[in-house]
Design a binder for this molecule. Sequence first.
Ligand code: NDP
Length: 296
Amino acid sequence: MDMARIIDGKALAAGIREKVARRVALLKAEHGVTPGLAVMQVGDDPASRVYTRNKAKQTVEAEMASFKFDLAAETTQKDLLRKISELNEDSRVNGILVQLPLPDRIEEHAVINAIDPAKDVDGFHTINTGLLATGQDALVPCTPLGCLMMLRDALGDLGGQKALVLGRSNIVGKPMAMLLIKENCTVTVAHSRTRDLAAEVRQADVLVAAAGRPRMVKGDWIKPGATVIDVGINRVPIGEDEKTRLVGDVDFDEAVTVAGAITPVPGGVGPMTIACLLHNTVAACCRQSGIDLPED
Ligand code: NDP
């Protein structure tokens, strides 16, 4: 039985981080500019805490300026908007990220759209989603950008591939579909109301699974030789005790015997997301400073 090639997200992400660090060094040496990223969290959701800590840590490791704000759970929308407005004006800050989800009483769109679109390194601002949807230069959401980099690494040119995106969230599914259209794929977007999902998946040369449902995509749904990008991060119990492990939205053990290439969970899309955030921050810094993004 042929086994799929494993797409190594850890290694690819390390490569992106190295490139980011080289660009940061160049920007400092040749232009006297240090890219800066501000990461904000409201409340103390433990998963968000881990994500924001990792983002700040990797920003520092890339020798960029890191600004971290842990705001109390009671922070009002008005206070949050005031803080964002301060950061919009702060020239040391090139990228602003507000960790989602926000507490229910804070309106997510109002907060995201208060960020200066030029500093919106998560790419969620309506201006950036509009630019992406119309095929213009945009700051692109980090997770789909990471998926695209992995697909390019696995396949090279994506033109003409039939792609299925499972999930239509604003964070992953929709921007992923936009990116794949831009890459000249023929794109289908599936969601919870899709009829006969298995039949849709079977047609796809490229599958990006972002449904948040542990191992829902079975091996026999996958077209032999297809490239599978598994975005899902689901914690499932193992055995009787409290122990858990992370699994994707794809049944990896089944899929690996059918696919041509596949990302593992963990070690696939996950590490790419923060690497792309650092990349976006450097790109935003260059644009704000009127500097061409340095090539290798
Ligand atoms: P959302 O919950 O916002 O969206 C899930 C999407 O999947 C929705 O469009 C939903 O359809 C669809 N869906 C859910 N169940 C089914 C089903 N049974 N059949 C078909 N479609 C279904 O999730 P996100 O997009 O934010 O995240 C998706 C997954 O990716 C999660 O596991 C998340 O943890 C992970 N993730 C990983 C990241 C990383 O860095 N690796 C970053 C971001 C997310 P409908 O719209 O109809 O409800």
